[in-house]
Design a protein around this ligand. Structure first.
Ligand code: SF4
Length: 348
Protein backbone atom coordinates (compact mmCIF):
# COMPACT_ATOMS: atom_id res chain seq x y z
CA UNK A 1 0.00 0.00 0.00
CA UNK A 2 1.28 3.47 -0.86
CA UNK A 3 1.69 5.96 1.91
CA UNK A 4 -0.97 8.67 1.61
CA UNK A 5 1.79 11.31 1.57
CA UNK A 6 3.05 10.10 -1.80
CA UNK A 7 0.01 11.90 -3.30
CA UNK A 8 0.18 15.61 -4.00
CA UNK A 9 -2.89 17.79 -3.46
CA UNK A 10 -4.09 17.39 -7.07
CA UNK A 11 -3.84 13.59 -6.92
CA UNK A 12 -5.60 13.62 -3.57
CA UNK A 13 -8.41 15.74 -5.03
CA UNK A 14 -8.83 13.30 -7.91
CA UNK A 15 -9.00 10.39 -5.49
CA UNK A 16 -11.56 12.16 -3.29
CA UNK A 17 -13.77 13.23 -6.23
CA UNK A 18 -13.67 9.70 -7.68
CA UNK A 19 -15.35 8.60 -4.43
CA UNK A 20 -18.17 11.14 -4.94
CA UNK A 21 -16.91 13.26 -2.06
CA UNK A 22 -16.59 17.05 -2.14
CA UNK A 23 -13.14 18.16 -3.33
CA UNK A 24 -12.53 20.25 -0.17
CA UNK A 25 -12.06 16.92 1.64
CA UNK A 26 -8.68 16.64 -0.12
CA UNK A 27 -7.53 19.84 1.56
CA UNK A 28 -8.65 18.52 4.93
CA UNK A 29 -6.75 15.24 4.46
CA UNK A 30 -3.68 17.14 3.27
CA UNK A 31 -3.79 19.32 6.37
CA UNK A 32 -4.08 16.28 8.66
CA UNK A 33 -1.09 14.50 7.17
CA UNK A 34 1.26 17.48 6.74
CA UNK A 35 0.35 20.41 8.97
CA UNK A 36 -0.92 18.26 11.85
CA UNK A 37 1.23 15.19 11.12
CA UNK A 38 -1.40 12.84 12.58
CA UNK A 39 -0.47 9.27 13.36
CA UNK A 40 -3.60 7.54 12.00
CA UNK A 41 -6.60 8.00 9.73
CA UNK A 42 -8.89 7.58 12.77
CA UNK A 43 -7.66 10.95 14.07
CA UNK A 44 -9.07 12.79 11.04
CA UNK A 45 -12.23 13.55 12.93
CA UNK A 46 -13.74 16.09 10.54
CA UNK A 47 -13.93 13.46 7.74
CA UNK A 48 -16.96 11.20 7.29
CA UNK A 49 -16.36 7.74 8.74
CA UNK A 50 -16.78 6.17 5.29
CA UNK A 51 -13.96 8.30 3.91
CA UNK A 52 -11.69 7.42 6.80
CA UNK A 53 -12.40 3.75 6.13
CA UNK A 54 -11.67 4.18 2.41
CA UNK A 55 -8.35 5.85 3.28
CA UNK A 56 -7.45 3.00 5.62
CA UNK A 57 -8.25 0.42 2.96
CA UNK A 58 -6.20 2.06 0.24
CA UNK A 59 -3.28 3.81 1.89
CA UNK A 60 -0.76 3.42 4.67
CA UNK A 61 0.44 6.16 7.00
CA UNK A 62 3.79 4.99 8.31
CA UNK A 63 5.13 7.18 11.08
CA UNK A 64 8.65 7.29 12.44
CA UNK A 65 8.90 5.28 15.64
CA UNK A 66 11.09 6.71 18.34
CA UNK A 67 13.51 3.96 19.35
CA UNK A 68 16.08 5.93 21.27
CA UNK A 69 16.49 9.38 22.78
CA UNK A 70 19.66 10.54 24.52
CA UNK A 71 20.46 13.95 25.92
CA UNK A 72 24.03 15.18 26.08
CA UNK A 73 25.55 17.10 29.00
CA UNK A 74 25.50 20.16 26.67
CA UNK A 75 21.69 19.68 26.24
CA UNK A 76 21.82 18.42 22.62
CA UNK A 77 19.38 15.57 22.06
CA UNK A 78 19.89 12.67 19.66
CA UNK A 79 16.86 10.73 18.41
CA UNK A 80 16.98 7.27 16.86
CA UNK A 81 13.96 6.56 14.65
CA UNK A 82 12.86 3.24 13.18
CA UNK A 83 11.40 3.45 9.67
CA UNK A 84 8.58 1.34 8.25
CA UNK A 85 11.12 -1.13 6.79
CA UNK A 86 12.97 -1.34 10.13
CA UNK A 87 15.93 0.75 9.08
CA UNK A 88 17.28 3.18 11.67
CA UNK A 89 18.11 6.84 11.23
CA UNK A 90 19.28 9.55 13.59
CA UNK A 91 18.28 13.18 14.06
CA UNK A 92 19.86 15.70 16.42
CA UNK A 93 18.43 18.75 18.14
CA UNK A 94 21.10 21.29 19.07
CA UNK A 95 20.24 24.22 21.34
CA UNK A 96 22.41 27.34 21.54
CA UNK A 97 21.43 30.57 23.32
CA UNK A 98 17.81 31.12 22.32
CA UNK A 99 18.00 29.12 19.08
CA UNK A 100 17.58 25.45 18.29
CA UNK A 101 18.89 23.74 15.19
CA UNK A 102 17.75 20.37 13.92
CA UNK A 103 20.26 18.24 12.03
CA UNK A 104 18.35 16.08 9.55
CA UNK A 105 19.30 12.79 7.86
CA UNK A 106 18.63 12.39 4.14
CA UNK A 107 19.58 8.75 3.57
CA UNK A 108 19.81 5.50 5.51
CA UNK A 109 23.60 5.23 5.80
CA UNK A 110 25.74 6.77 3.08
CA UNK A 111 27.63 5.35 0.12
CA UNK A 112 30.29 8.02 -0.19
CA UNK A 113 32.80 6.48 2.17
CA UNK A 114 34.48 9.57 3.67
CA UNK A 115 37.24 8.04 5.76
CA UNK A 116 36.66 10.07 8.92
CA UNK A 117 32.89 9.49 9.07
CA UNK A 118 31.02 6.96 11.19
CA UNK A 119 27.93 7.00 8.93
CA UNK A 120 30.12 5.82 6.05
CA UNK A 121 30.69 2.52 7.88
CA UNK A 122 27.01 1.65 7.37
CA UNK A 123 27.20 1.86 3.59
CA UNK A 124 24.21 3.07 1.61
CA UNK A 125 20.84 1.44 2.30
CA UNK A 126 18.28 3.75 0.70
CA UNK A 127 17.13 7.32 0.21
CA UNK A 128 14.66 8.78 2.67
CA UNK A 129 11.29 9.93 1.34
CA UNK A 130 10.19 13.56 1.62
CA UNK A 131 7.81 12.67 4.43
CA UNK A 132 10.47 10.77 6.40
CA UNK A 133 12.64 13.92 6.33
CA UNK A 134 9.69 16.23 7.02
CA UNK A 135 8.66 14.13 9.99
CA UNK A 136 12.13 14.31 11.56
CA UNK A 137 11.77 18.09 11.47
CA UNK A 138 8.16 18.10 12.65
CA UNK A 139 9.02 15.94 15.68
CA UNK A 140 12.13 18.02 16.40
CA UNK A 141 9.97 21.15 16.33
CA UNK A 142 7.60 19.70 18.92
CA UNK A 143 10.50 18.47 21.03
CA UNK A 144 12.18 21.86 20.87
CA UNK A 145 9.03 23.53 22.21
CA UNK A 146 8.84 20.99 25.00
CA UNK A 147 12.52 20.96 26.02
CA UNK A 148 13.66 24.49 25.19
CA UNK A 149 10.43 26.49 25.22
CA UNK A 150 10.49 27.59 21.58
CA UNK A 151 10.19 26.04 18.11
CA UNK A 152 13.23 25.14 16.03
CA UNK A 153 14.91 28.14 14.46
CA UNK A 154 17.20 26.43 11.93
CA UNK A 155 17.36 23.26 9.86
CA UNK A 156 20.60 21.76 8.58
CA UNK A 157 20.77 18.81 6.20
CA UNK A 158 23.94 17.55 7.84
CA UNK A 159 22.88 14.21 9.33
CA UNK A 160 23.29 10.79 7.76
CA UNK A 161 23.65 10.73 3.98
CA UNK A 162 24.43 13.01 1.03
CA UNK A 163 21.33 15.15 0.41
CA UNK A 164 22.22 16.06 -3.18
CA UNK A 165 22.13 12.36 -4.08
CA UNK A 166 18.51 12.36 -2.90
CA UNK A 167 17.75 15.64 -4.67
CA UNK A 168 14.08 15.33 -5.55
CA UNK A 169 12.91 14.10 -2.16
CA UNK A 170 14.97 16.74 -0.33
CA UNK A 171 13.42 19.50 -2.44
CA UNK A 172 9.94 18.12 -1.86
CA UNK A 173 10.62 18.06 1.90
CA UNK A 174 11.87 21.67 1.75
CA UNK A 175 8.68 22.66 -0.09
CA UNK A 176 6.57 21.10 2.68
CA UNK A 177 8.64 22.76 5.41
CA UNK A 178 8.30 26.20 3.85
CA UNK A 179 4.69 25.87 2.69
CA UNK A 180 1.87 27.39 4.79
CA UNK A 181 0.25 23.96 4.56
CA UNK A 182 3.33 22.49 6.26
CA UNK A 183 5.55 24.19 8.83
CA UNK A 184 5.60 27.59 7.11
CA UNK A 185 9.30 28.18 7.83
CA UNK A 186 11.49 30.57 5.88
CA UNK A 187 14.09 29.23 3.43
CA UNK A 188 16.54 31.57 5.16
CA UNK A 189 16.54 29.10 8.03
CA UNK A 190 17.55 26.11 5.92
CA UNK A 191 21.08 24.97 5.10
CA UNK A 192 21.97 22.01 2.94
CA UNK A 193 25.41 20.54 3.48
CA UNK A 194 27.03 18.56 0.68
CA UNK A 195 30.29 16.72 0.27
CA UNK A 196 30.57 18.51 -3.09
CA UNK A 197 28.28 17.08 -5.77
CA UNK A 198 28.95 19.70 -8.47
CA UNK A 199 25.99 18.78 -10.68
CA UNK A 200 23.58 18.95 -7.72
CA UNK A 201 24.89 22.39 -6.72
CA UNK A 202 24.25 23.70 -10.25
CA UNK A 203 20.80 22.13 -10.22
CA UNK A 204 19.96 23.85 -6.92
CA UNK A 205 20.99 27.15 -8.48
CA UNK A 206 19.06 26.55 -11.72
CA UNK A 207 15.94 25.45 -9.83
CA UNK A 208 16.14 28.69 -7.81
CA UNK A 209 15.77 26.82 -4.50
CA UNK A 210 17.57 29.63 -2.62
CA UNK A 211 18.63 27.84 0.51
CA UNK A 212 21.99 28.25 2.22
CA UNK A 213 24.69 25.95 0.97
CA UNK A 214 27.46 24.44 3.08
CA UNK A 215 30.33 22.46 1.58
CA UNK A 216 32.01 19.75 3.63
CA UNK A 217 35.38 20.61 2.14
CA UNK A 218 37.76 19.42 4.88
CA UNK A 219 40.87 19.71 2.73
CA UNK A 220 41.74 21.97 -0.19
CA UNK A 221 44.50 19.86 -1.75
CA UNK A 222 42.89 18.01 -4.64
CA UNK A 223 44.97 14.82 -4.39
CA UNK A 224 44.76 14.54 -0.63
CA UNK A 225 41.04 15.24 -0.69
CA UNK A 226 40.56 12.18 -2.91
CA UNK A 227 42.31 10.04 -0.30
CA UNK A 228 39.99 11.36 2.46
CA UNK A 229 36.78 11.73 0.47
CA UNK A 230 36.40 9.39 -2.52
CA UNK A 231 33.67 11.65 -3.99
CA UNK A 232 36.53 13.97 -4.98
CA UNK A 233 37.53 11.51 -7.74
CA UNK A 234 34.41 12.31 -9.75
CA UNK A 235 33.92 15.85 -8.39
CA UNK A 236 37.46 17.25 -8.18
CA UNK A 237 38.09 20.62 -6.56
CA UNK A 238 38.33 22.69 -9.78
CA UNK A 239 34.90 21.37 -10.84
CA UNK A 240 33.49 22.01 -7.36
CA UNK A 241 34.91 25.53 -7.35
CA UNK A 242 33.23 26.31 -10.70
CA UNK A 243 29.89 24.98 -9.39
CA UNK A 244 30.18 27.15 -6.26
CA UNK A 245 31.02 30.21 -8.34
CA UNK A 246 27.91 29.48 -10.39
CA UNK A 247 25.79 29.05 -7.25
CA UNK A 248 26.95 32.38 -5.89
CA UNK A 249 26.42 34.18 -9.21
CA UNK A 250 22.85 32.90 -9.40
CA UNK A 251 21.82 33.27 -5.74
CA UNK A 252 24.14 35.90 -4.23
CA UNK A 253 24.11 33.74 -1.09
CA UNK A 254 27.38 33.42 0.79
CA UNK A 255 28.69 29.86 0.94
CA UNK A 256 29.69 28.12 4.17
CA UNK A 257 32.82 26.02 4.08
CA UNK A 258 32.92 23.24 6.66
CA UNK A 259 36.42 22.12 7.61
CA UNK A 260 37.10 19.37 10.15
CA UNK A 261 40.52 19.86 11.68
CA UNK A 262 42.37 16.53 11.68
CA UNK A 263 45.71 16.33 13.44
CA UNK A 264 48.64 16.27 10.98
CA UNK A 265 46.29 15.63 8.04
CA UNK A 266 44.87 19.03 7.07
CA UNK A 267 45.86 21.47 9.83
CA UNK A 268 49.21 22.92 8.67
CA UNK A 269 49.76 26.50 7.51
CA UNK A 270 50.20 25.09 3.97
CA UNK A 271 46.69 23.61 4.28
CA UNK A 272 45.36 26.98 5.48
CA UNK A 273 46.98 28.64 2.44
CA UNK A 274 45.31 26.12 0.10
CA UNK A 275 41.99 26.74 1.83
CA UNK A 276 42.38 30.50 1.46
CA UNK A 277 43.12 30.02 -2.27
CA UNK A 278 40.02 27.85 -2.70
CA UNK A 279 37.89 30.53 -1.04
CA UNK A 280 39.06 33.32 -3.35
CA UNK A 281 36.38 32.88 -6.00
CA UNK A 282 33.17 33.45 -3.99
CA UNK A 283 32.23 34.99 -0.63
CA UNK A 284 32.50 32.43 2.15
CA UNK A 285 32.20 31.90 5.84
CA UNK A 286 34.59 29.20 7.09
CA UNK A 287 33.42 26.93 9.91
CA UNK A 288 36.34 25.09 11.44
CA UNK A 289 35.06 22.04 13.27
CA UNK A 290 36.68 20.16 16.09
CA UNK A 291 36.97 16.48 15.10
CA UNK A 292 35.14 13.93 17.24
CA UNK A 293 37.06 10.72 17.50
CA UNK A 294 35.08 7.53 17.23
CA UNK A 295 35.98 3.88 17.28
CA UNK A 296 35.65 3.50 13.51
CA UNK A 297 38.43 5.82 12.28
CA UNK A 298 41.96 6.48 13.52
CA UNK A 299 41.99 10.28 13.13
CA UNK A 300 42.67 12.64 16.02
CA UNK A 301 41.63 16.23 16.57
CA UNK A 302 44.15 19.02 16.10
CA UNK A 303 45.79 20.56 19.13
CA UNK A 304 44.89 24.05 20.36
CA UNK A 305 48.08 25.76 19.17
CA UNK A 306 47.67 24.46 15.63
CA UNK A 307 44.02 25.44 15.56
CA UNK A 308 44.87 28.98 16.67
CA UNK A 309 47.66 29.34 14.06
CA UNK A 310 45.26 28.07 11.38
CA UNK A 311 42.63 30.62 12.40
CA UNK A 312 45.17 33.47 12.63
CA UNK A 313 46.43 32.71 9.14
CA UNK A 314 42.95 32.75 7.61
CA UNK A 315 41.97 35.92 9.47
CA UNK A 316 45.08 37.67 8.18
CA UNK A 317 43.68 36.88 4.72
CA UNK A 318 40.47 38.70 5.77
CA UNK A 319 38.39 35.53 5.75
CA UNK A 320 35.45 35.12 8.14
CA UNK A 321 36.24 32.15 10.40
CA UNK A 322 34.20 30.50 13.16
CA UNK A 323 35.51 27.75 15.37
CA UNK A 324 32.77 25.27 16.14
CA UNK A 325 33.13 23.10 19.16
CA UNK A 326 30.98 20.14 18.28
CA UNK A 327 28.01 19.46 20.48
CA UNK A 328 26.64 16.11 21.57
CA UNK A 329 30.01 14.33 21.67
CA UNK A 330 29.14 12.23 24.70
CA UNK A 331 26.11 10.73 22.93
CA UNK A 332 27.80 10.26 19.49
CA UNK A 333 25.59 12.97 18.03
CA UNK A 334 28.35 15.29 16.90
CA UNK A 335 29.49 15.95 13.37
CA UNK A 336 30.66 12.76 11.63
CA UNK A 337 29.51 10.52 14.48
CA UNK A 338 25.94 9.80 13.40
CA UNK A 339 25.53 6.09 12.88
CA UNK A 340 23.58 3.82 15.04
CA UNK A 341 26.26 1.93 16.96
CA UNK A 342 24.34 -1.32 16.79
CA UNK A 343 24.04 -1.10 13.02
CA UNK A 344 27.79 -0.64 12.67
CA UNK A 345 28.59 -3.42 15.09
CA UNK A 346 26.24 -5.72 13.19
CA UNK A 347 28.14 -4.93 10.03
CA UNK A 348 31.73 -5.30 11.22
S1 SF4 B 1 30.69 12.76 5.71
FE1 SF4 B 1 28.65 12.92 4.79
S2 SF4 B 1 29.01 12.40 2.63
FE2 SF4 B 1 30.80 11.65 3.74
S3 SF4 B 1 30.31 9.51 4.22
FE3 SF4 B 1 29.67 10.77 5.99
S4 SF4 B 1 27.51 11.16 5.63
FE4 SF4 B 1 28.39 10.51 3.67
Amino acid sequence: MNDIRTLNIEQLSEWVVARFEKSFRAKQIYEWVWKKNVASFDKMINLPLSLREALKNEFSLHKLTLADKQQSADKSIKYGFVLADNHLIETVLIPSNNRTTVCVSSQVGCGLGCHFCATAKLGFKRNLSDYEMYEQIFIANEESKQHFGHPISNIVWMGMGEPLLNYENVIKAINHITSPSGLGMSKDRITLSTSGIAEGIRRLADDNIRIHLAISLHIADNELRTTLMPINTTNPLPQLSEALKYYYQKTKLRISIEYLLLNNINDSIKDAQLLANFCKNFPVKINLIEYNSHAYAAYKKSNKEKVQSFIDFLERKNLVVNLRLSKGKDIAAACGQLANEKQINDKI
